[in-house]
Structures are given as structure tokens and as C-alpha cells.
Design a binder for this molecule. Structure first.
Ligand code: AMP
Length: 287
């Protein structure tokens, strides 16, 4: 597996791959890799000739007081995991390589889709995400780029700027990878103590309760959100940041679920902020 650290290294690598007529699948990550990331890598492996992962903790998408400094960094272990897929190359730049002195260009998706959910709670977050993803797509000369439903709003934002900027990249969304307990895999799960880890199971439990009610005919958004809030409220260590339900992928306000809808939550467990979601799909009429 090639390790690329500079702009020149990645540009030369991807230029040579494209010159040989092969396709490139990009999988951007912030490292501290887990099975969820590897699912994306394997998906890329299935449909692209070359898989290029990036491991970069992007300073621009963290707000003041967030966990940029504390974010887990374990590049050697990440490489060992990537090699099992196998991934062909990993781009692992220093922040100064991506944002050298004089850097001044940022991508702002000026839409309601960046104003709600994590956009409302983490001002500037999607500006940072959009900026780094555009740079990575360009450097990777990516034919396809792979992202997880775990960050469903991020996928919506990425679809928006890929369309708006006419980027020649196909965006692929992979389902959420969960532990057997139901806990969505996340690099931030390492912050959790044993008791917090148990408490964190309430996120998935609350979404499942809403899914069950939905399957039994409950379509009122207010009621579905209440069900989630009630389950979250039963866990003393859980402090909900938001519980929201929007149409998907538009993220438009709805009062009843009539088409695909994103039920998304952010919950603090101790000092750790976790997110999770499910997509509620209205059942197709039978026969
Ligand atoms: P991150 O390293 O957290 O920025 O995540 C990199 C990519 O992996 C993003 O597209 C995430 O949505 C995706 N991802 C993270 N956790 C999961 C998971 N549990 N299941 C599926 N995709 C995930």
C-alpha cells in the first residue's frame, strides 16, 4: 500500500492511475479506523480499479471547544487495517499541506440543508467538510467517492455541492455499520467509559422504538420524535442535543412521514457527543 503525504505525491499517483485507464474510488476518513470505515473501503474495492483512502483529521471542520486536539490518531494501526481490504494507497497529509500559509478558499453550501441538525449545533462544520472533500476529490481524481449513512446530513451536503459545482464524481452512500449491541461504530466510541458505553446503547434503542411504532402505523413526526425522546429520557447518562425528523434526502420540514424520512439524533453521553439515525421508508402499497 502506497503512503502519500504531499500534494505532489498524490497528484503524480492519481495522474498515473488515470493515464492507465483505471478508475479511482476515494474513501475520505479522519482515521481511528473501525469496521464501519472498512465497509466503505470494501464497497469501493468492489466497483473501482484503485481504492484511495484518506486519513486526515481536518482542522477546518472542528469548532472552538470541540475535540480536534483529542481526536484519536493511530496511523500505523489504520494502515494495518487498510492493508487487509486491501486498499491501494492512503493519503495522509499534515494540516499545513492541505492548508498552507495564505490558504483562503472555502466551500459554503448556502442552503437550509446546512442550517439544521449538526449544521445548527456545529457552526462552520459543513463549510469545513465541503472544503476538504472538494480538495480530496480533486486530488484523488476520483470517479466515485464513498460515505457512510452514519453522517447522513453530510452525504446530503456532498450531493449538493457535487451537483452545483459539476464535479465529475459519483457519490455512494453505505449503510450504518453497527456493533452486535446496535451501537453505531464511531471513532469517538473510544472516549466512552464502560458504563457510558452501556448507556450509549440507548441511541439505537430509541431509534428502534420509533421504527417499531412507524411500522405499526404511526406516521406523525411529533409523536415519533416523542417516542425517541422518551426512550432517551430513560437513560440518566444521556443528554439529547437534537431529535429531528426530515424528508430524505431533501431534509425538508414534514409533519407526517409520507416518503423516505431521516430520523436523526445527537446525544451527549458524558462528554462524548454521538450521532445516529435511521431512514424511515413508507411501505410500498401491496400488489
Ligand atoms: P470519519 O472518519 O468519522 O470522518 O468517517 C469517515 C467516513 O466513514 C464517513 O463517510 C462516515 O460517514 C463513515 N462512517 C463512520 N462511521 C460509520 C459507520 N458506523 N457506518 C458506516 N459508515 C461510517
Amino acid at each position: 500500500m502506497k503512503i502519500l503525504r504531499t500534494i505532489q505525491e498524490i497528484e503524480e499517483y492519481t495522474k498515473a492511475v488515470k493515464a492507465s485507464g483505471r478508475t479511482i474510488g476515494l474513501v475520505p476518513t479522519m482515521g481511528a479506523l473501525h469496521e464501519g470505515h472498512l465497509t466503505l473501503m470494501r464497497l469501493a474495492r468492489q466497483s473501482c480499479d484503485v481504492v484511495l483512502a484518506s486519513v486526515f483529521v481536518n482542522p477546518v471542520q472542528f469548532g472552538p471547544g470541540e475535540d480536534y486536539d483529542a481526536y484519536p490518531r493511530q496511523f500505523e494501526d489504520d494502515c494495518a487495517q487498510l492493508a487487509t481490504v486491501p486498499v491501494d494507497a492512503v493519503f495522509h497529509p499534515d494540516p499545513v499541506v492541505m492548508y498552507p500559509s495564505g490558504y483562503a478558499t472555502y466551500i459554503n453550501v448556502e442552503s437550509a440543508i446546512t442550517q439544521k441538525l449538526c449544521g445548527a449545533k456545529r457552526p462552520g462544520h459543513f463549510r469545513g467538510v465541503a472544503t476538504v472533500v472538494v480538495k480530496l476529490m480533486n486530488l484523488a481524481r476520483a470517479d466515485k467517492a464513498f460515505f457512510g449513512q452514519k453522517d447522513a446530513q453530510q452525504v446530503v451536503v456532498i450531493h449538493r455541492f457535487v451537483a452545483d459545482l459539476n464535479l465529475p464524481v459519483e457519490v455512494v452512500m453505505a449503510p450504518i455499520s453497527r456493533e452486535a449491541s446496535g451501537l453505531a461504530r464511531s471513532s469517538r466510541n473510544v472516549y466512552l467509559s464502560a458504563s457510558e458505553r452501556t448507556a450509549a446503547l440507548v441511541l439505537h434503542r430509541s431509534l428502534q422504538a420509533a421504527q417499531t411504532a412507524f411500522s405499526q402505523g404511526e406516521k406523525e413526526c411529533l409523536r415519533l420524535k416523542q417516542i425517541v425522546q422518551t426512550v432517551l429520557g430513560s437513560e440518566p447518562l444521556a443528554d439529547p442535543d437534537y431529535v429531528e425528523l426530515y424528508s430524505f434526502p431533501e431534509l425538508a420540514d414534514i409533519s407526517r412521514v409520507q416518503g423516505p424520512a431521516l430520523l436523526a439524533i445527537a446525544v451527549r453521553i458524558g462528554r462524548t457527543r454521538l450521532i445516529d439515525n435511521i431512514i424511515l421508508e413508507a411501505e410500498k402499497p401491496c400488489c
